[in-house]
Design a protein around this ligand. Structure first.
Ligand SMILES: *[C@@H]1O[C@H](CO)[C@@H](O)[C@H](O)[C@H]1NC(C)=O
Ligand SMILES: *[C@@H]1O[C@H](CO)[C@@H](O)[C@H](O)[C@H]1NC(C)=O
Ligand SMILES: *[C@@H]1O[C@H](CO)[C@@H](O)[C@H](O)[C@H]1NC(C)=O
Ligand SMILES: *[C@@H]1O[C@H](CO)[C@@H](O)[C@H](O)[C@H]1NC(C)=O
Ligand SMILES: *[C@@H]1O[C@H](CO)[C@@H](O)[C@H](O)[C@H]1NC(C)=O
Length: 372
């Protein structure tokens, strides 16, 4: 423990010293209202809507973004699902401060700070969940060897599925994607989704495009209320249960430290190469193998934007649809929210900010960041 703490502080201080660079942070966020972004603050009340008061490391607190830009509200939702980008949380269920549900203390890492309802309310639209058979039910667990333990379990999946159901029910124009690292037996997920009242939102595998074709229009998915996309890592479940096998539809770069080398965007083992355009969805992972919240504000800032460009080139000039991060609200300014604005801007109008896609003269040109 002592050694770890000491090592941690050493890494933390050296990274802080080399990365906190006001001029690069400024250029990263030059499109933003400087008062809102760089104004020092002592509480959320000092920041405008869509921002919160946060200190990245040892610096003074500043107002940084805490909320996405709703591209559908800013523009429209008449394009195919794969023409938009969505903020994605890695291990969305692994939340600091959530009590143990097994009676023994947890001995594992945390990847997020907000609960799933807060994540969704702030604009997260894809959740990465690890599902296991445990204690006679399906649990969310961060484990190894395909087996969940009391020390690594977070909680029964039903609670999280209920939060997702509540969000879809309260927000009839929103689409949520679940990406499951799945260790459950056949049949269990269908039963869990049915119990949670989620089957009524199910987007059927039969409508998922193969051979690199476009997805259905978001407006049609909303009209038909097929607003829940679920991908599993178990191939046989697509045929057996109608749960999409992720790697038939999506390419993804290496996760963890292997995906954070500047200038490189190798595919993860299970995925086709990034430039396999027969899969029409692209996911970029950008988080460390071992999550450390104090470092994530840098990981979610300038280096994330660089990686999106690298992966764009390596994915056959395709911008990511999903960008997956830890501690999604931590940043030096625009963070993961700005990253998604960049992606939506590139996808929708070839500009590096979705706000540039608003036609000149439109009443929405004055729309502010986020959803005030
Ligand atoms: C800070 O960033 C700027 C612009 O990216 C760069 O030119 C400069 O060398 C950096 N300074 C330090 C101390 O890293
Ligand atoms: C919807 O937005 C896209 C992207 O900005 C634009 O190309 C398209 O013309 C818009 N469609 C309608 C019906 O407004
Ligand atoms: C999520 O967090 C918010 C803020 O702390 C709290 O009000 C809400 O009850 C939580 N929801 C769940 C389902 O835990
Ligand atoms: C979830 O399942 C557990 C048993 O695994 C049960 O105790 C709990 O009441 C359930 N919660 C909901 C919201 O259904
Ligand atoms: C895809 O990328 C690989 C390297 O990962 C390269 O060898 C191959 O030529 C590329 N294919 C196309 C069609 O660009």
């Amino acid at each position: 423990m002592g050694l770890h703490l000491c090592l941690f502080i050493t890494i933390y201080l050296s990274v802080s010293a080399s990365i906190f660079n006001a001029s690069s942070a400024l250029s990263e966020a030059e499109n933003y209202d400087e008062q809102a972004l760089f104004g020092e603050c002592s509480s959320a009340a000092d920041c405008k809507a869509g921002f919160y008061c946060f200190s990245c490391g040892l610096l003074d607190s500043k107002c940084v973004r805490s909320m996405y830009t709703d591209q559908f509200q800013l523009l429209n939702n008449s394009l195919p699902f794969n023409k938009y980008a969505y903020l994605t949380t890695h291990n969305s269920y692994s939340i600091e401060g959530e009590p143990s549900h097994t009676g023994v203390p947890r001995l594992t890492f945390y990847n997020q700070e907000d609960n799933v309802t807060q994540q969704l309310n702030n604009g997260v639209r894809a959740l990465m969940l690890d599902t296991y058979d445990f204690e006679g039910d399906i649990w969310l667990c961060h484990s190894f060897g395909g087996k969940c333990y009391k020390e690594t379990a977070y909680g029964p999946a039903n609670e999280t599925l209920k939060e997702i159901e509540a969000f879809l029910s309260d927000n009839p124009s929103e689409i949520v994607t679940l990406i499951l690292e799945d260790y459950t037996k056949e049949g269990g997920l269908t039963q869990a989704f049915t119990k949670a009242g989620l089957m009524k939102y199910w987007f059927p595998v039969s409508k998922m495009p193969r051979s690199g074709k476009d997805w259905p229009l978001v407006s049609d998915m909303v009209a038909q209320s097929t607003r829940l996309l679920v991908f599993t890592s178990i191939r046989s479940k697509e045929k057996a249960e109608g749960i999409a096998y992720q790697w038939n539809y999506m390419v993804e770069n290496q996760y963890g430290n292997g995906g954070m080398t500047e200038g490189k965007c190798p595919n993860r083992g299970e995925s086709s190469p990034m430039n396999d355009t027969t899969k029409s969805l692209v996911l970029v992972n950008h988080f460390r193998s071992i999550p450390l919240s104090p470092l994530s504000c840098m990981d979610n800032s300038a280096s994330l934007l660089k990686m999106l460009n690298t992966c764009h080139a390596d994915a056959g000039n395709r911008w990511a649809n999903f960008v997956a991060v830890d501690f999604y609200k931590r940043s030096e300014g625009g963070g993961s929210f700005q990253a998604v604005d960049v992606l939506n801007g590139e996808l929708l109008c070839g500009s590096d900010d979705v706000h540039d896609c608003v036609p000149a003269g439109s009443p929405r040109a004055a729309a502010s960041y986020g959803r005030d």
